[in-house]
Design a protein around this ligand. Structure first.
Ligand SMILES: NC(=O)c1ccc[n+]([C@@H]2O[C@H](COP(=O)([O-])OP(=O)(O)OC[C@H]3O[C@@H](n4cnc5c(N)ncnc54)[C@H](O)[C@@H]3O)[C@@H](O)[C@H]2O)c1
Length: 455
């Protein structure tokens, strides 16, 4: 039996090595010890920086700044303008990218400029739809941060604008471009975990900033913040710096834990499984600790039913998010199948394979004989076989590859994976969690037609 196990293990590893060598997320080298087999993942990029791409940033806060730094690390990319509603951010942008940078509070002034090819939209969620549509109609390619839209009803108009304008539109769940996600997709296809039946994802944090209690700048006031524009597409209220700088806590602007974090897990899961999405969404949770006036829970659970589809068997998904978690910092996505599981990050995949086999334990066989039940064909669970696929040293990560993919599509007239349809299919179940939680009810969703099913 040991021989069988060893040869099946060797065959599997050989298969992995051969198939891995044939794809982008390839194998540079592998090393084995008794328990863990390690492969190194690397990627060949057919890269040309022939055409310069001029970009502008709309929403120059934390993520917008990070996105721009990443975008500018791709050869041939130049920033020419930045837009924000808080003067302090515009000052920071000029300090970072030069005093010649065009800065403005009005995104329309950015869109009117002819020297801009693409914009990064990194405003709070309630501005994603309007700015993205206006930008595509003004002839700009768009990299829009996740979630693509602020509510489910906003999605179809973005899809329509992308179709009509033919512009490249990419949503910013950068994990889908990572080596880890690409490898997981390939492994699932090759049958490495058998038949998929379950997936789960988790985000844990335990700090004020992790729980969205960001610092409020000392100079925040109606003079330095364009509050009227900020709330011009939502409920009118007097100036409130908390609602501006800690927007994630309020549903007029943010989308709670599910829109902020579950959406990344949906994006990766849908990329890996080629799924169009779940047909049932249910969410529950509560506000346990961060009782600072926020309108959203700080512990959230979601369960989702994925129906039988052309690309995958039926399976269940469980997502969790906890901002009062003593294990702080744990984040994972796991796919489970009949023959094993995969723990997936952007930089690595840990594959655990497991099969029930006939027992070869002589003591056990003897005992069973003595007991008069010679169950030599009784199955037992083998200790898992663990294979780790790790990105090569110096890998620049999913965020870099996501921008490379975006700019390649602009330069070559190609397609991006996380386009408006993909972005909407990832955002919709996340956004429906808010409705499910608030109304304490399960919601049916048609993932093909991208519509809520009314009962
Ligand atoms: N992909 C990721 O990993 C990731 C990580 C963090 C945030 N995000 C997304 O990025 C977006 C921004 O998040 P953040 O953490 O950077 O928030 P932030 O508050 O740090 O930045 C948002 C900026 O947008 C500005 N702004 C607001 N309304 C505007 C408007 N109408 N026009 C121009 N500027 C406007 C604000 O003044 C602020 O500077 C969100 O959609 C968020 O979900 C994505």
């Amino acid at each position: 039996m040991k021989k069988n196990k060893d040869s099946s293990r060797r065959n599997f590893i050989k298969k992995m090595a051969a198939s891995a060598a044939a794809v982008a997320a390839g194998t540079a080298a592998f090393a084995a010890d008794d328990n863990i087999i390690r492969f190194t993942l690397s990627k060949k990029r057919a890269f040309s920086a022939n055409d310069n791409v001029n970009i502008a940033l709309i929403g120059a806060g934390g993520m917008g700044t990070q996105d721009t730094i990443t975008a500018l690390s791709v050869p041939g990319i130049k920033i020419v303008a930045a837009c924000d509603l808080y003067d302090g951010r515009l000052k920071d942008a000029r300090e970072k990218w030069g005093k010649d940078l065009f800065t403005t509070r009005s995104y329309k002034e950015v869109l009117n400029r002819r020297d801009i090819d693409a914009v990064i939209v990194a405003t709070p969620d309630h501005w994603h739809q309007q700015i993205s549509i206006d930008a595509m109609k003004a002839g700009k390619h768009v990299y829009c941060e996740k979630p693509m839209v602020h509510s489910v009803v906003e999605g179809p108009a973005v899809i329509q604008a992308q179709k009509e304008t033919g512009k490249v539109f990419q949503v910013g769940s950068q994990g889908v471009s990572s080596l880890g996600n690409e490898k997981a997709k390939e492994l699932l296809k090759s049958g490495a975990i058998g038949t998929l039946n379950y997936a789960e994802g988790f985000w844990a944090r335990h700090s004020p900033v992790g729980a969205w209690q960001y610092p409020i700048p000392a100079d925040a006031s109606p003079a330095t913040v364009d509050w009227e524009t900020y709330i011009s597409n939502t409920t009118k209220r007097p100036f409130d710096p908390l609602r501006f700088f800690r927007w994630r806590n309020y549903l007029d602007y943010g989308t709670g834990m599910s829109g902020d974090l579950f959406v990344h897990l949906f994006s990766s899961l849908h990329f890996i499984t080629d799924s169009l999405g779940p047909n049932k969404v249910y969410s529950s949770g509560g506000l346990r600790y961060w009782k600072d006036g926020r309108e959203v829970p700080d512990v959230l659970l979601g369960t989702f039913d994925y129906p039988q589809a052309q690309a995958h068997p039926p399976f269940n998904l469980s997502l969790r998010c906890n901002f009062v978690d003593g294990t702080s910092g744990t984040t994972y996505l796991k796919l489970v199948g009949s023959e094993g599981s995969m723990d997936i990050t952007w930089d690595d995949v840990v594959l655990k394979r497991n099969k029930t086999i006939t027992s070869d334990d002589p003591f056990f066989i003897e005992q069973m004989k003595k007991a008069g039940t010679p169950l030599t064909d009784r199955k037992r669970i083998m200790p898992p076989e663990e294979i780790k696929f790790e990105a090569e040293k110096g890998y620049r990560g999913g965020p870099y590859d996501h921008f490379v993919n975006f700019f390649q599509a602009i330069r070559n007239g190609g397609k991006v994976v996380e386009d408006a349809i993909f972005g909407y299919r990832a955002a919709a179940p996340a956004l429906l969690c808010i409705d499910s939680y608030n109304n304490d009810t399960a919601i049916s969703w048609n993932p093909e037609k991208m519509q809520v099913i009314k009962k």
